[in-house]
Design a protein around this ligand. Sequence first.
Ligand SMILES: Nc1nc2c(ncn2[C@@H]2O[C@H](COP(=O)(O)OP(=O)(O)O)[C@@H](O)[C@H]2O)c(=O)[nH]1
Ligand SMILES: [Mg+2]
Length: 295
Amino acid sequence: MKVGVVSIVGRPNAGKSTLLNAIIKEKVSITSDKPQTTRNNIQGIYNDDECQIVFIDTPGVHKPVNKLGKFLNNETYSAFDTDIILFLVDSSKPFGKGDEFILDKIKEYNSKVFLVLSKIDKVKKDELYDLIMSYKDKYNFDEIIPVSAIKDNNVEELLNVIKSYLNEGTPFYANDLYTDQSVKFMVSEIIREKIFRKTDKEIPYSTTVIIENYDENKSRVVINACIVVERDAVKKIIVGKSGSMIKEIGINAREDIEKLVGKRVDLELFVKTVNNWRDKDKLLAELGFDKKDFE
Ligand SMILES: Nc1nc2c(ncn2[C@@H]2O[C@H](COP(=O)(O)OP(=O)(O)O)[C@@H](O)[C@H]2O)c(=O)[nH]1
Ligand SMILES: [Mg+2]
């Protein structure tokens, strides 16, 4: 059996989580059009008859402005030491300082490095060749592979190239598992995704979700989740006019959670204000962010 660990790194919004979901063909990692949607390293496990590949989706490297931001960078760096690094660069955007910075970090590791040009559905076909050429002198990449995760274009080919680099070994996980995340964590992520997709500006960044109660019986799952916000003004926005916003978030989240657990779901959401939670050690620790990673 061939096995390997592959990390997916790049700037926020490069399309890392969307690519992971396209590879695994399940919603493993949440996505939105806003940077820094992903807050933890998320493992997606690809299984077939010949191999097992553990993919690690990362939050992405950016300029940190608070303890949570520091955590996100350190979390990303901790995933660099893998067999293969997929360095995602948005092909519809110029190669920027942020990309350069990440590439310099990557060079510190012995991993194979594939440059993955993402979102190629956004660039003209005849520009793609020049684009690939322009990246050739930036680094001696082991492979340069253009993909569109949304159009499922070239994802299979990327997977085949990855497979050709893998070594024989013992699988890390059972072959029917597609992620190492707990159901509770995935539920909180789904709710966070809906907040990211429904709200704007600082709002999604200043919120987080805690599952207070998760009760499963034969026919249904009862979930109480708390949306933590930083200020009462934000709470007002999340709740919306006579509760309209939180209702929509709940309806959208419930739909995805029902798909995940395969049962009817009763989802109750409430909102709580905790001033500056993104800088509070205790709460960050409760949320699973390790203290040594944001100090
Ligand atoms: N057009 C297009 N958009 C994409 C593609 N992949 C991702 N996106 C969009 O880019 C945004 C960021 O994607 P996401 O996967 O959350 O990026 P991440 O921050 O790197 O994980 C989302 O709005 C996605 O829908 C793609 O192949 N084509
Ligand atoms: Mg992401």
